[in-house]
Design a protein around this ligand. Structure first.
Ligand code: PGA
Length: 251
């Protein structure tokens, strides 16, 4: 059975105190017997504190939301995968559409980030997804498969086995508009067969593929019913502990 994962993506929300409070509330309200692995994706400033207070407790993990595509050196303002790992967290979200769009991250840069994350023992949650015009042109499968090909297909079988994928149609992020469960399932199945063409069926079958985009307690159950949908990457609804945990337990 594939691992089920529900990851929160706080984006650029919560100062240090607010973030510690929210993470503590998730920890307090979690039972430890959740239906999915809980991951909290936070700004860099929270990582050290949360590594001490929540990582590993009731199975909760914490993710950074980005890392540098360089290992170290004169790159003012950047944070390396090695630095993230040194805080004690184990995950990193890479290639979110907001980073691709506002910070011009390319598939090639993301390949370098993935390599550094993996080399430093971080589990990458690799995001992919198409903008509205691509969906309207009905070329979304080729578009998203190309993102995977250009960023992941250089990985060894051993490294591929460590990654998590999150499919997030850009038109569904923060818009209140979700993909239908059929649209999500269809894309996830397409992506899994694309991964199988490179890494083999067994490896593709073992790779968790999460859905993201306006996922909330009221629609999570239906979306997670898709056979190839293994959880979610949750933005807005992850800022409320009750809503987030309701989604975690939606399977
Ligand atoms: P949303 O964001 O749940 O607020 O739509 C999802 C994401 O961007 O990861």
């Amino acid at each position: 059975m594939r691992k089920k994962i529900v990851a929160g993506n706080w984006k650029m929300n919560n100062d240090l105190e607010a973030g510690k409070k929210l993470a503590q509330e998730v920890l307090d309200k979690a039972t430890g017997n959740e239906e999915a692995q809980i991951v909290l994706g936070t700004p860099f400033i929270h990582l050290t504190a949360l590594a001490e207070t929540v990582v590993g407790k009731k199975g909760i993990e914490v993710a950074a939301q980005n890392c540098s595509d360089k290992a170290s050196g004169a790159y003012t303002g950047e944070t390396s995968a090695e630095m993230i790992k040194s805080t004690g967290v184990n995950y990193v979200i890479l290639g979110h559409s907001e980073r691709r769009e506002y910070f011009n991250e390319t598939n090639a840069e993301l390949a370098a980030k993935l390599d550094l994350a993996l080399a430093n023992g971080l589990t990458p949650i690799f995001c992919c997804g198409e903008p509205l015009e691509i969906r309207e042109a009905d070329t979304q499968y080729d578009y998203v498969k190309q993102q995977l090909t250009e960023s992941l297909f250089h990985l060894s079988d051993e490294d591929f086995a460590k990654i998590v994928i999150a499919y997030e149609p850009i038109w569904a992020i923060g818009t209140g508009k979700t993909a239908t469960s059929a649209q999500a399932q269809e894309m996830h199945a397409e992506l899994r067969s694309h991964l199988a063409s490179k890494f083999g069926q067994a490896a593709a079958d073992a790779c968790p593929i999460l859905y993201g985009g306006s996922c909330k307690p009221s629609n999570a159950k239906e979306i997670f019913e898709g056979a190839d949908v293994d959880g979610g990457l949750i933005g807005g609804a992850s800022l409320n502990a009750d809503d987030f945990l309701a989604i975690v337990n939606s399977f």
